[in-house]
Design a protein around this ligand. Structure first.
Ligand SMILES: C[S@@+](CC[C@H](N)C(=O)[O-])C[C@H]1O[C@@H](n2cnc3c(N)ncnc32)[C@H](O)[C@@H]1O
Length: 366
């Protein structure tokens, strides 16, 4: 199935829940714990999500104050993590925002099912007047270091029975051994050895230390097919977890993106689009499906569409779902030059508008 058909498959599976939709995006107004159950297995490439922090106890965020103890909150989050593991593609990735106070407990919970790859520290170098409590508060009253950063846990699905081997590493080992080749032999057949590390390339790929480039990958595919036509590696995009950074972007685990300045109608926890785009660009291929199951203002969906990805946004608060739909409309102006009309269907009204919106803003490839 190509990526366009995969998205159609998701759309059919969640059709009874849809609040608004476009060619490349779906908005669902529901409790995610229910909605996630409708999403097919291994159909999502990236989960980029920002649950209630629990520790910050914000009155204006649903479920931020619902849990009496940390344990109750972690148990609730674990129910999501079970669904995330089921719906993520084996070569998918996930980012979860959290507070520094809850990070370690969330980390232990997540590591039952995922390989934790990075603990990103997001600092917010905001201008005076936009730096929240930091500027205003009485420093002498502090009882601990002022929490100036948030955390983003970055993780991938772990292979069952082997929490530290990547999906591709396990797949490669399985196919290589069933073709009767040693790691050394396979390295030689594809010429992926250097002067120092003669047989190490394949073993590094199998242990997940690094990944083959496209050319090396397709050479391996040819070698396997020449030995046994049933030993087939999938297409590169379906096996290799994308990860692309360079020296022009934040490539360390310390990120400095200014937070969203207050404006009328701002979501209390709205995340900056440039940071969300950074997450998506580094870890997905064009056309991939990005899921945010605590969508809030819908910024993740906006970022995904701007980068020619597909998006699913789930939000429990109907007002925010309406705002996400309006946000699509407001993008209309900048998408005027896009000629393909699409339909936005608003649940409840049953009205189908032929219009140009954010949802067709992106020209998503197959
Ligand atoms: C921290 S905010 C996310 C803000 C978002 N990242 C943004 O940029 O606007 C968490 C959101 O999750 C929503 N939420 C809480 N519990 C939920 C649930 N069970 N299912 C779906 N959404 C939920 C809240 O209404 C809130 O909008």
């Amino acid at each position: 199935m190509n990526r366009a058909s995969e998205f159609q498959h998701i759309k059919s599976a969640v059709s009874s829940l849809v609040f608004s939709e476009g060619d490349n995006a779906i908005v669902i107004n529901d409790d995610s714990l229910n909605a996630l159950k409708f999403i097919p297995d291994h159909s999502v490439s990236l989960i980029l999500t920002d649950p209630p922090y629990h520790s910050t106890k914000k009155e204006n965020i649903i479920n931020d104050k619902s849990f009496g103890t940390d344990e109750e909150f972690i148990n609730w989050m674990e129910l999501f993590s079970i669904e995330w593991k089921r719906i993520l593609k084996p070569n998918g990735s996930a980012f979860m925002f959290c507070s520094s106070a809850m990070e370690s407990q969330l980390d232990v919970m997540l590591s039952k099912r995922f390989n934790i790859l990075s603990h990103i520290v997001w600092t917010k170098p905001n201008e005076p007047g936009y730096d929240g409590w930091k500027g205003k508060m009485k420093k002498e009253a502090l009882r601990q270091w002022y929490p100036q950063s948030e955390r983003i846990i970055f993780f991938e699905p772990a292979e069952d029975g082997n929490l530290h081997r990547s999906y591709f590493g396990s797949l490669l080992k399985q196919i290589r051994t069933s073709c009767g080749l040693s790691g050394h032999e396979l390295t030689e057949r594809i010429g992926a050895f250097g002067s120092v590390n003669h047989g190490g390339a394949v073993s590094n790929w199998e242990t997940g230390r690094n990944i083959p480039n496209r050319e090396q990958y397709y050479k391996m595919r040819e070698v396997f097919a020449s030995i046994n036509s049933t030993c087939n590696l999938p297409e590169y995009e379906d096996a290799i977890r994308p990860f692309e950074v360079n020296s022009d972007v934040e490539f360390t685990d310390i990120w400095t993106f200014p937070s969203v300045k207050p404006y009328k109608g701002k979501h209390p926890a709205e995340k900056p689009i440039d940071m969300l785009e950074h997450c998506i660009k580094a870890t997905t291929y064009e056309g991939d499906v990005v899921l945010d199951c605590f969508a809030g203002s819908g910024s993740t969906g906006v970022a995904a569409l701007r980068l020619n990805r597909r998006s699913i946004s789930i939000e429990i608060d109907k007002n925010w779902c309406e705002s996400i739909a309006q946000r699509m409309e407001s993008i209309k102006a900048i998408s005027q030059d896009v000629s393909i009309p699409i339909s936005i269907i608003m649940k409840g009204t049953g009205k189908k508008q032929e219009t140009q919106t954010l949802f067709d803003f992106a020209c998503v490839p197959c």
